[in-house]
Design a protein around this ligand. Sequence first.
Ligand code: BTN
Length: 327
Amino acid sequence: MKKSILKYLERQEYISGEILAKKLGISRVAIWKQIQKLKNMGYKILSNQNLGYCLVSSPDLLLPEEIQKELSTIYVGQKIYYFYDLESTNITAKEKALSTKEKIDECTVIIAEKQTGGKGRLGRKWLSPKGGIWLSIILYPQISPSYIPRITLMTAVAVVKAIEKYTQIEAKIKWPNDILVNGKKACGILTEMSAELDLINWVVVGIGINANINQGEFTDDLRDTSISLKEVLGKEISRISLVRTLLKEFEKDYEALKRREFPSILKEWKLFSNTLGKTIKVNIGEQIVTGKAIDINEKGALIVKKQDGELVEIISGTILKVNKREK
Ligand code: BTN
């Protein structure tokens, strides 16, 4: 109902409660109640006894009705759960995916203004103050669990394209899924899933973009390695527009993935990579592999050529050190 009222408010300067009530088939009191709710959400709406209601401004919040206003996707983000603060959008997305009470559609989005317990890869914390974009997408892909890294790589490609399209900032991907701007981390991706042998129950793709965050807000340990888009551009960006662009890019690439067109995504990933061709040190849990990153294979694994010529396929790990590109 709030969405429909907003549509009318946006169309003209003043609209009377009576006309709104007629158009939407509810009472004037119900309209008044919805207007109060919109005001509480941060919409500035003037009320005039003779003229009716007039929308002055919308809040700078990632509200579903704002995102969906000009969202041109077919299904990604057509259902959005919004929270002002949340422990973690990934945790809520997992709870939704597991819920037996409600059916959660593919590509439902969970979004929050801030997270109190944002989750990073490998059990790390993810700093998530207000001003960032913290969202998770719920998927039910019909692929083998071993191909999950493809979804992470595909997401990284979609994020880079969205950032470039919307802000013209050049972004790079550090394998597997760190998005870097000027060599510093601007976005992280955390993919979690539930699967049985050959069957995926659900996948949650969590995306965290340091959008409008002040450099001073990064904790000491992150300050030298993290960056926000606001800092790069020297001004705030419209988070709503970036989210719309991201959901659109995500849908295009997810569709390509479902059509088994991973090679074309991989090609783009390689184009955006800041890892390939460099000598790197990768922590793969039980050991550290040093060598030249020479390729990514069709499973999304990084191929590292060690000094003795041995090729190592790394499906999951963390790059500790990157040396300059070698000829
Ligand atoms: C990383 O360590 O690079 C991954 C960071 C992923 C952060 C995002 S923010 C939205 C979603 N919810 C979380 O708790 N984590 C992911």
